[in-house]
Ligand binder design. Structure first.
Ligand SMILES: NC(=O)c1ccc[n+]([C@@H]2O[C@H](COP(=O)([O-])OP(=O)(O)OC[C@H]3O[C@@H](n4cnc5c(N)ncnc54)[C@H](OP(=O)(O)O)[C@@H]3O)[C@@H](O)[C@H]2O)c1
Length: 297
């Protein structure tokens, strides 16, 4: 199949789970894949498997740690030196931490990887996405976003980080909050990009057997994930909606929507609060030190 021939697709977190299957699916369609991973060795291993499985050797590997804003800026600069266009950006990488940890740049880790990182990466690549239009941005959120809360005075759980309020051994509400923020970012960005030829949608992949949870730092959450494995769909199934949004003609003009199982779905009421979306946006910009004239539209 060559439906995606000539298209350049950046997929974060594509050495594992849903991201790797997304890379396989799009590589099978003939796309050029740029795997964005944080670990060279894990990335090389996955790259070899993807090329072998798909027969497509246009699979590049670039390094970026989504928890580090300086790494994201560095990656984006390197990407722009190497590539003149970008057709699809899949913000797939994600992680769940059940203990409060802060990155070397001072950001809470769930917040950095799942929300701030995709926000900044999108910002840094937006000029290229616009000049390559029609192009697509796909954000991988979670059904757990419905449990999330956006407290603008405490986005990083500095005040509410008791176990029950912000973290717990088996679940990390901090993760849910960041997935809700990613959804709200999608809806606000879609409005800002209206008429640009760049679409942006968000998806909920469903409960999927991957490595998610292993990195949480909590043994009990890891054991819990193992126990529920029989109830989980395969990573290949979990990637279907990402692949659909990245490649299907059915959704070429759809923007600002959430999808699950390749169908448009409504998300929780708070996710559609435009006032909150805008306030979250400007707070995020100031956290990232983005001057208004450099901000996304
Ligand atoms: N699995 C589910 O049931 C489920 C449900 C809803 C939503 N999701 C979402 O689906 C997406 C994919 O997750 P998955 O389930 O496929 O889990 P996974 O197998 O753990 O894959 C996550 C990917 O993200 C990468 N990643 C984590 N932290 C990173 C960082 N700081 N910088 C760069 N890359 C980083 C991981 O790299 P390493 O291999 O180096 O750690 C891995 O490649 C995530 O956004 C997740 O939140 C998953």
């Amino acid at each position: 199949m060559s439906a995606m021939k000539g298209k350049i697709c950046v997929i974060t977190g594509s050495n594992s789970g849903i991201g790797k299957e997304t890379a396989i699916g799009l590589a099978k369609m003939g796309a050029t894949i740029v795997m964005v991973v944080r670990n060279q060795e894990r990335g090389e291993k996955a790259r070899t498997e993807i090329v072998k499985q798909t027969g497509n050797d246009s699979v590049d590997l670039m390094i970026c740690d989504l928890s580090s804003m300086s790494s994201i800026r560095h990656f984006a600069a390197e990407f722009k030196k190497k590539y003149r266009r970008l057709d699809v950006l899949v913000n797939n990488a994600g992680a769940s931490f059940s203990k409060r940890e802060v990155t070397h740049e001072g950001f809470e880790r769930n917040f950095a990887v799942n929300y701030l990182g995709p926000f900044l990466l999108t910002h840094e690549l937006l000029d290229l996405l616009k000049s390559s239009a029609p192009s697509r941005i796909i954000n991988v959120s979670s059904g757990l976003a419905k449990n999330g809360k956006v407290d603008l005075d405490d986005l990083q759980g500095e005040k509410n980080h008791t176990r029950t309020r912000f973290y717990s051994p088996s679940r990390a509400p901090a993760y849910d909050n960041t997935k809700l923020m990613l959804m709200m970012f999608t809806y606000e960005l879609a409005r800002r990009l209206k008429g640009s030829g760049v679409t942006v949608n968000v998806l909920m992949p469903g409960f999927t057997a991957t490595n998610l949870g292993k990195s949480s730092g909590s043994l009990s959450s890891y054991i819990m994930f193992k126990m529920v494995r029989p109830m989980q769909q395969s990573a290949r199934k979990g990637a279907e909606t990402s692949i659909y949004l990245a490649s299907s003609d059915d959704v070429k003009d759809i923007t600002g929507k959430c999808f699950a199982k390749k169908k448009e779905v409504r998300t929780c009421p708070v996710s559609y609060d435009e006032e909150l979306q805008k306030r979250l946006w400007s707070k995020t910009e100031s956290m990232l030190g983005l001057a208004p004239d450099r901000s996304m539209l």
